[in-house]
Design a protein around this ligand. Structure first.
Ligand SMILES: CC(C)(COP(=O)(O)OP(=O)(O)OC[C@H]1O[C@@H](n2cnc3c(N)ncnc32)[C@H](O)[C@@H]1OP(=O)(O)O)[C@@H](O)C(=O)NCCC(=O)NCCS
Length: 178
């Protein structure tokens, strides 16, 4: 009955870190899982064109399997101010690709981009319900410096207003000079 035995073989995948392009927008919905963020992705992409935000993706075979977005200027001095501090957010890796270092690498790449843009600090938020994310950031040198009630809203792909309430820790890291 060898035909019923489980056969495994390792596959090597090449992951490239790059900024999102327009053709990524439908793919960022991950086959419907994040369709509700359609207008958010579009708006963020338009902000990238004006260099107010950046969408860094982990690309595997021309598909964005992970991403972190970077807000360069929020108007809120604690998070990002266009000069010294940049805010990393919306860090996400497709479930089957987790635990392989891609999330860590996305943050490192984002830090390196903002460092090259002249920023000295990065900030990032971890939902209080997500202690693993907080641990990951602390392992990478981030320290909690404030809390946020995590209230925001957006219009979903069906035109409905969605309100988010996700209290979080906000962490910061001073970027070393390379
Ligand atoms: C958090 C996340 C981006 C990490 O991506 P990743 O590619 O798995 O990360 P890495 O392989 O580089 O690092 C793994 C670390 O992430 C953390 N992690 C793993 N799975 C996680 C999960 N489902 N949720 C939160 N953190 C997780 C663990 O602390 C792990 O550290 P460890 O190896 O010391 O246990 C990914 O798990 C994810 O997309 N989670 C859901 C979305 C999310 O929670 N985003 C953070 C928003 S605050």
């Amino acid at each position: 009955m060898t035909g019923l035995n489980r056969q495994t073989f390792p596959v090597e995948l090449e992951i490239t870190f790059r900024l999102a392009k327009r053709t990524d927008l439908p793919k960022l919905e991950w086959y419907g899982q994040y369709a509700h963020f359609r207008t958010v992705f579009r708006r963020t992409f338009s902000e990238q064109e004006h260099r107010r935000r950046l969408m860094l993706v982990a690309d595997c075979a021309d598909f964005p399997i992970g991403h972190v977005f970077i807000q360069l200027n929020s108007g809120e001095r604690g998070l990002s101010d266009g000069r010294a501090r940049a805010y990393l957010y919306s860090l996400r890796v497709m479930e089957m690709f987790r635990g392989k270092g891609i999330g860590t690498r996305l943050i490192e790449e984002a830090e390196s981009i903002v460092r090259e843009l002249g920023f000295g600090w990065t900030t990032i938020a971890a939902a209080k319900e997500n202690p693993r994310a907080r641990r990951l950031y602390e392992k990478m040198g981030y320290r909690v410096f404030m809390e946020d009630d995590g209230e925001w809203s957006y219009i979903d792909h069906e035109g409905r207003m969605r309100n988010v309430h996700e209290p979080c820790w906000v962490l910061e890291k001073r970027l070393g000079i390379r």
